[in-house]
Design a protein around this ligand. Structure first.
Ligand code: AHM
Ligand code: MG
Length: 337
């Protein structure tokens, strides 16, 4: 008689996990659970589309039009539409800020809710065509007043976030999430289409052995960053670090959380404010890393304390293991004095 493979009958799914947390929170209405469910749906479809795009490219089965005869959407446009449509129809969101939209996205009154969501629907898009890892990033804020949606409502500092997460479309699809009570990781099980809890209360090592920065810009860095990276390669300053840089923030930050070390995107002479965006790249990652016991700074103050002045504002960022971030910060301070 053939045996049924062992299947858990008590799997901790992402939705179940969020529901359990909601039960613990005072005055919870279930809206955040609903919101996160809508993001999960967007992420599942993006994950499917990313895998399909890979196969399409490898086997040359590109369809130029879909069944309705419409042009097949580019992945980043598709991901953006998915996030917007799923969030709108969750009845939990009043306003969105997306990397793909110059202006805020307002939700009509009938569908509006109390949350503001800032997201980068498909980060690392230059990696799509070579099949390297890409991701989605999001940060969730509460609308604290009765004001109508406006860009100024999207200018809350990161320390006001109620939840943040990212999805990594790598060799598997994972979602890493915090609602302010630590960080948990869920892996998409394609056989049941559910995110399953695989690591609870993730903790970033106190110190790592890897630095992650685009070293091609060395000539454009400030002296403190040059010195820091030089030190990391100098055997007389301790065991040299390894270097890793995917060029996809989600992949680089995920590795940093798992293995420890530091991820840096400092200012350069070409990008005097840094490259990465505060509201939907730096802040959600800073919240997650901080919740995992690490640090995230812009080189002056914690990223989460920066008060944004525009929705697409850029910021330099140094994040990762506590001791590694403290070390680069100490050098930056030393050079500033
Ligand atoms: P994108 O939002 O246009 O994809 O750019 C963001 C990406 C990050 O994922 C990554 O950390 C960074 O840009 C890499 O930039 P660079 O190629 O300058 O090193
Ligand atoms: Mg991006």
């Amino acid at each position: 008689m053939s045996k049924i493979p062992s299947i858990s009958s008590d799997t901790m799914t992402l939705t179940r996990h969020v529901l359990a947390q909601q039960k613990l929170a005072k005055n919870a209405t279930g809206d955040l659970t609903q919101l996160l469910t809508s993001i999960q749906t967007a992420v599942k479809v993006v994950s499917f589309a990313v895998r399909k795009a890979g196969i399409t490219q490898l086997f040359g089965t590109a369809e130029k039009t879909n069944v309705q005869g419409e042009e097949v959407k580019k992945l980043d446009v598709l991901a953006n539409d998915l996030f917007i449509n799923m969030l709108k129809s969750s009845y939990t969101t009043c306003m969105m800020v997306s990397e793909e939209n110059e202006n805020i996205i307002e939700v009509e009154a009938e569908q509006s809710g109390k949350y503001i969501v800032c997201f980068d629907p498909l980060d690392g898009s230059s990696n799509i065509d070579c099949l390297a890892s890409i991701g989605s990033i999001f940060g969730i804020y509460r609308k604290e007043t009765d004001e109508a949606p406006s860009p100024s409502l999207g200018l809350q500092p990161g320390n006001k976030m109620v939840a943040a997460g990212y999805a990594l479309y790598g060799s598997a699809t994972v979602m890493v999430l915090t609602t302010g009570n630590g960080v948990d990781m869920f892996m998409l099980d394609p056989s049941i289409g559910e995110f399953i809890l695989i690591e609870s209360q993730m903790k970033i090592p106190l110190r790592g052995k890897i630095y992650s920065i685009n070293e091609a810009y060395e000539n454009k860095w400030e002296p403190a960053i040059k010195e820091y990276v030089k030190n990391k390669k100098d055997p007389s300053k301790g065991k040299p670090y390894g270097a890793r840089y995917v060029g996809s923030m989600v992949a680089d930050v995920h590795r940093t959380i798992k293995y420890g070390g530091i991820f840096m995107y400092p200012i350069t002479t070409d990008a005097p404010k840094g490259k990465l965006r505060l509201q939907y790249e730096c802040n959600p990652m800073a919240f997650i890393v901080t919740q995992a016991g690490g640090l995230a700074t812009n080189g002056k103050i914690p990223i989460l304390d920066v008060v944004p002045t525009s929705i697409h504002e850029r910021s330099p960022i140094f994040l990762g293991s506590k001791e590694d971030v403290e070390e680069v910060q100490a050098l930056i301070n030393q050079h500033a004095n």
